[in-house]
Design a protein around this ligand. Structure first.
Ligand code: HMG
Ligand code: MG
Length: 303
């Protein structure tokens, strides 16, 4: 059966904006996040404390968090504003700004681990270990991301056993949740079902898993529905389908939150999201980015 409720992990301000060619002013980012919260989203990934040269679009994390104080006060503990941190330097920066939830991000493939983190898979896990330990000790919630769970642009199809092995290693470090990323959007529902079955066979149930689909090949909603049918209840998406992927031609970014909410509304699955308010927010952001939202639902709701 399907769940009664899904928690949406909104990644537009982070995964979306990190891949847009236009760098958005920090005040606009803060307003974007406030509008997403007002539309009912309760987990909004806000920024990354990574090396500014690696992701210049998110180099203003230090400026952004103080601007989020009003929205953090308004919603209190109900609103989660996680940030990505790859290493202890990133964690120190996040702690200095009162961040209460962080995410480390590993890769199932060696090539992407090198390109994204300048480390092998094993070395990245070593880099994350003290981050997860110190963050947990400080009372923070830690999410683990795993990239390239289905296909890799350099290595091709990724073996299920490898994905499960690295994913379970991230959970073993102490991550409270593991988000399975289809970074380039090549995965299809049969692969999603096979991966979730293998996690379950190895003792990792859907209650600690989230799914993170990019919609490059138009598979994100079908993949999401498959994951829901296998017991997953946390879904990552980005408002308006923001973002792209530098490694895949004509990539269209993450699954659009509006497309997701339209499907979940239709299935009678509660998300707490006001779809009209969300679509209006994405249309407003599209104005700042100078291009229309690629989300079909946004276009249908705001044209
Ligand atoms: P490195 O060059 O190996 O770093 O990069 P290092 O440890 O050798 O340090 C070199 C210098 O960087 C030092 O400065 C450090 O202090 C500094 P120096 O002493 O030379 O002056 N430094 C930092 N500065 C600021 N903040 C930091 C930081 N760390 C070191 N946190 C590193 C290693 C991990 C830093 C780098 O590779 C990096 O920043 N990578 C981030 C890449 C990234 O953000 N990618 C996008 C997110 S992942 C994603 O989008 C996928 C996801 O959506 C899921 C999916 O779709 O699959 C999550
Ligand atoms: Mg992503």
């Amino acid at each position: 059966g399907l769940p009664a409720r899904v928690r949406i992990h909104e990644v537009g301000p982070r995964d979306g904006l990190q891949n847009e060619s236009v760098t958005v002013p920090v005040e606009v980012k803060a307003e974007f996040i406030a509008r997403l919260a007002a539309a009912g989203l309760r987990t909004v990934e806000a920024a990354s404390f990574v090396h500014p040269k690696w992701v210049p679009q998110l180099a203003d994390a230090e400026q952004l968090f103080p601007l989020l104080a009003p929205v953090a006060r308004e919603y209190g503990d109900e609103l989660r504003l996680p940030a990505l941190v790859p290493n202890e330097r990133g964690l120190d920066r996040a702690l200095a700004h009162g961040v209460r939830e962080v995410a480390v991000f590993g890769s199932a493939t060696e090539t992407f681990a090198q390109r994204n983190l300048n480390r092998s898979v094993a070395e990245s896990l070593e880099m994350f270990a003290p981050v997860v330990r110190r963050a947990t000790e400080a009372g923070l919630r830690v999410r683990g991301y795993l990239s390239m769970c289905f296909g890799d642009p350099w290595e091709g199809p990724v073996p299920v056993a490898k994905v499960v092995e690295v994913g379970r290693a991230l959970l073993d470090l102490g991550c409270a949740e593991l988000s399975l990323g289809d970074t380039i959007g090549t995965g299809t529902p049969g692969q999603v079902a096979a991966l979730l079955r293998e996690f379950a066979a190895q003792g990792t149930g859907p209650e600690v898993l989230a799914v993170h689909f990019h919609d490059t090949y138009g598979q994100a909603l079908a993949n999401t529905l498959t994951a829901l049918q296998h017991g997953v209840t946390v879904v990552d998406s980005s408002a308006g389908g923001l973002g792209g992927c530098p490694y895949a031609k004509s990539a269209t970014g993450n699954l659009a939150t509006e497309d997701l909410v339209w499907m979940l509304d239709g299935l009678g699955i509660d998300t707490g999201v006001d779809l009209a308010a969300l679509a209006a927010t994405s249309a407003w952001m599209a104005g700042h980015l100078g291009r229309p939202s690629p989300s079909r639902a946004v276009r249908a709701l705001t044209h």
